[in-house]
Ligand binder design. Structure first.
Ligand SMILES: Cc1cc2nc3c(=O)[nH]c(=O)nc-3n(C[C@H](O)[C@H](O)[C@H](O)COP(=O)(O)OP(=O)(O)OC[C@H]3O[C@@H](n4cnc5c(N)ncnc54)[C@H](O)[C@@H]3O)c2cc1C
Length: 356
């Protein structure tokens, strides 16, 4: 039986519907097929349901979802898809996510405490309300750093086309992507482990270096996918992916074999990595190589004891852009590892600010 979520949205498009067009609208959003219904088509999506109902000279898109965040993500996905088909479309949703209200996937957070984990990693504990939705549906968040000196920051709100409407230039916060290292919705806090890379003026690293109890920061999410599951799991990363790898390892069962390669600056950057999985861990220390070496992770990937035709294998990696390209190329071209068995993401790019 089809279940219906309690939150709804509807969009009327001035189009004559063709099934092909409808399929292209939702293509990539889900693997589920379009089911034919009395009124048109319907499909299941991780965030809820999408119904497409052709009228004589228009097309109605109806959404339902279990919570406002999922509804907002569905709206956003469809708006972006439609805009990529036709930029001039003026889209206006009728939605339980009323235009002008705060983004359902936004929380204002404040710093409770900070802890120096290693010379270049600081843990920031952030408190806020209603964090249950951040326990599932993705490991990652965006932190929104208000312009410095702003005592009561302005935050984005929901627009009529489902996209965020941001405060004007002077008040606009700057966003950077981070990982929820740990979350306790009952106590109302999350931990974020932030790299203190060179450059105090950078929004993320600079904010982390200065963070004090009481500081305000915005947070949107969650997103970016859940922890991977496999009997043989390879986890590759540098300092920026260390929080995600540590969280993934904590959640593994004793049946998993985890092969972990972590590139960090030096011995002092190592952290304990508790896990029930059987662990094959190697730290790759940059200071043991020539200055400027950035190929440790790529070399370690090439030396891994894995085969591309192993159906029990999943490879997950988060790292700098050049390493990302090399690792993904090796997995795809040399090992021919199927797309469903790896996720390699560029977490930052040398010399480029705010890549996400
Ligand atoms: C899904 C995802 C999850 C992430 N999780 C985390 C996390 O949990 N903790 C974390 O610290 N980071 C994490 N990152 C990486 C983080 O988003 C980037 O490092 C981001 O660029 C930091 O923003 P910034 O304002 O400090 O620097 P930016 O303003 O973006 O960049 C300024 C300069 O600093 C350089 N730079 C950026 N990051 C680094 C770095 N790590 N080392 C050296 N130079 C750098 C840039 O190349 C640029 O030249 C994650 C990224 C993604 C995509």
């Amino acid at each position: 039986m089809t279940t219906h979520g309690s939150f709804r949205a509807q969009l009327r498009l001035p189009l004559v519907a063709e099934k092909q067009l409808l399929e292209s609208l939702v293509h990539g959003a889900t693997d589920a097929p379009l089911e034919e219904t009395a009124q048109g088509w319907r499909l299941r999506h991780a965030f809820g349901h999408i119904a497409l109902q052709p009228q004589s000279s228009s097309l109605d898109i109806l959404l339902d979802a279990e919570d406002r965040t999922s509804l907002a993500y569905l709206q956003l996905g469809i708006t972006h898809r439609l805009q990529s088909l036709d930029k001039s479309l003026d889209l206006e949703w009728e939605s339980d996510n009323t235009p002008g209200m705060p983004l359902p996937y936004f929380r204002e957070m404040h710093v409770v405490s900070t802890e120096t984990l290693t010379p270049s990693m600081k843990r920031v504990r952030l408190a806020g309300e209603d964090l249950q939705r951040f326990t599932h549906g993705g490991l990652h968040i965006r932190l929104l750093f208000p312009p410095s000196g702003s005592a009561s920051p302005s935050w984005p709100c929901i627009g009529r086309n489902g996209e965020a409407v941001w405060p004007g230039d002077k008040d606009r916060p700057v966003a950077r992507v981070y990982t929820i290292r740990a979350i306790d919705p009952n106590r109302g806090h999350i931990d974020v482990d932030m790299v203190l890379h060179e450059g105090e003026a950078y929004p993320g690293a600079g904010w982390a270096a200065r963070a004090r109890p009481g500081d305000i920061v915005g947070m949107t999410g969650p997103g970016g996918g859940e922890a991977p599951e496999a009997h043989k799991l390879v986890l590759l990363g540098d300092e920026t992916a260390l929080p995600a790898i540590a969280r993934i390892l904590e959640g593994l069962s004793c049946e998993t074999k985890a092969i972990v390669r972590l590139e960090v600056a030096n011995e002092a950057e190592k952290q304990p990595l508790p896990t029930r999985a059987s662990l094959d861990l190697e730290w790759l220390l940059r200071d043991e190589r020539a200055p400027g070496t950035t190929t440790l992770l790529e070399e370690a990937t090439k030396a891994l004891p894995i085969e591309g035709n192993d159906p029990d294998l999943f490879v997950w990696a988060g790292c700098e852009f050049a390493a990302f390209k090399a690792i993904r190329g090796h997995l795809r071209k040399t090992l021919r590892l199927p797309n469903l068995q790896h996720l390699v993401v560029s977490y930052w790019r040398k010399g480029v600010a705010g890549v996400h």
